[in-house]
Design a protein around this ligand. Structure first.
Ligand code: AMP
Ligand code: GLY
Length: 428
């Protein structure tokens, strides 16, 4: 098969690595790809959200399957453009991608179908949101911009003053742009977080192994939220029982609801969950693989991923064999540029990658890297994801940190406690 992967981050590097293991693969392209992906795929200089050029490329190169990494092109209608041209693509339509593109859409779907989530109200003016805060007695509350905000549009307000400030930031100052035209104010949930992801073909759901992301920038979950500073898989709190609850109470109703609404969901469905004493509740849906969850989940995959996604893209997932997994655990540690998620400098040479990658059971995924005069340099906030497999989460994390210790670039920042809560039993 001739395959195109859309995107150019660590998630897409992990996707390319999983697809490259398939005996079905003849030729792999990535648009735009990155310096790491270039070792596995032909990188073509097309932006991930350039819908018409991606379609022209897929037509010209007779691509058999296009697999989409990030959400932006999906929300823009990449899948619809490919469907109209009858060019196979794995990823949801624009209407189904509202599950991530509009938090209001996702929350209202949950309410209508009794899918467990934090109680909430939607506001389309700052005045009405501020009036609502006057009626609230318990804090914290969570203020969310409705639209896409690169994972940054969620503000947890410890008291009323902070909540007012959050509403103003989202709706008046428009700190997240048009994403803040509407805002949601919702109940603050307590518990431990986990990510459950699935491959969906419109009807049938194939669960992937659960993962746990670490979103805060600094150790002990301190500092601002980032796209994700590391992940482990499996997530201990997601027992078989919790997983089947997530499937029956969350994933199945969502997939049925979207099919009944005439916009069946075909793609990666990601449920960000809070595991509360009252059961798993939805924090958010994403319509793609998580980053860095993909870098922790996909290296554990033993099945032919390309065969699975090809069946799913054609609505034939029920014909696939059940997915087989490496029983070992995986830990991915993200190396970021100092300053991320705020301002940071780029262009620093990266050393020691070969030594890290030479360790057994270690994979180094590139996120923000580039080649400059033949040298690998930093080129983004999250620079690398270093994944290791091990007999358990503790062993996997130990090996991942051993590899991280071999990599150097100026101002590198990484958390030193990825996975620790998992193996020390403190699940918060
Ligand atoms: P989201 O992008 O909606 O997943 O939110 C980003 C992060 O904010 C989540 O990973 C949680 O840590 C936190 N968060 C979001 N919603 C809530 C909530 N209702 N209660 C507690 N924490 C939340
Ligand atoms: N790691 C969280 C996300 O990809 O949204």
């Amino acid at each position: 098969m001739r395959v195109l992967v859309v995107g150019g981050g660590g998630r897409e590097h992990a996707l390319c690595a999983a697809i490259a293991r398939s005996p079905l693969l003849k030729r792999l392209y990535a648009a735009p790809g990155n310096a790491g992906i270039a070792a596995l795929a032909d990188c073509v200089d097309i932006a991930a959200d350039d819908v018409p050029t991606l379609l022209r490329f897929a037509e010209r190169e007779s691509i058999d399957l296009t697999i989409v990494g990030p959400e932006a092109p999906l929300v823009l209608g990449l899948a619809d453009a490919f469907a109209a041209a009858e060019r196979p693509l794995f990823g949801p339509s624009r209407l189904a991608a509202r599950l991530e593109g509009s938090k209001t859409f996702a929350k209202e779907l949950c309410r209508k179908h009794r899918i467990p989530t934090a109680t909430f109200r939607v506001f389309s003016s700052a005045d009405s949101a501020l009036r609502h805060l006057e009626t609230l007695e318990t804090y914290p509350v969570v203020v969310k911009a409705d639209g896409l905000a690169a994972g940054k549009g969620v503000l947890i307000a410890r008291d009323r003053a902070a909540a007012e400030q959050a509403v103003r930031a989202v709706m008046v100052e428009r700190s997240f742009g048009e994403a803040g035209a509407r805002a949601i104010i919702e109940e603050h949930l307590e518990g431990s977080e986990a990510s459950v992801l699935a491959v969906v073909d419109g009807r049938t759901i194939a669960l992937l192994e659960p993962a746990r992301d670490h979103k805060a920038a600094f150790d002990s979950d301190r500092g601002p939220n980032t796209g994700g500073m590391g992940a482990v898989s499996p997530a201990r709190a997601v027992t078989r029982g919790v997983l089947s609850q997530v499937e029956s109470q969350i994933l199945v109703p969502v997939v049925h609801a979207l099919a009944r609404a005439g916009c069946p969901f075909r793609g990666f469905l990601y449920a960000g969950l809070m595991l509360t004493p009252g059961g798993p509740k939805v924090l958010e849906f994403n319509v793609r693989l998580g980053d860095p969850e993909a870098q922790a989940i996909l290296p554990r995959l033993r099945s032919d991923f390309l065969a699975l996604l090809d069946l799913a893209a054609h609505g034939r997932l029920e014909e696939s064999e059940s997915i087989s997994w490496d029983e070992r655990a995986a830990c991915c540690v993200v190396l970021a540029s100092g300053g991320y998620p705020g301002a940071y400098k780029k262009g620093f040479p990266i050393e020691g990658l070969e030594d890290a990658a030479a360790l057994s059971d270690v994979s180094v995924f590139h996120s923000g890297t580039a080649l400059s005069d033949g040298r690998l340099v930093t080129a983004g906030g999250r620079v690398l994801g270093v994944t290791a497999l091990g007999a358990g989460v503790e062993a996997a994390c130990r090996r991942a940190y051993e590899a991280v210790g071999k990599i150097r670039f100026q101002d590198a920042h990484y958390r030193t406690d990825i996975g620790r809560a998992e193996h020390e039993g403190a699940l918060q």
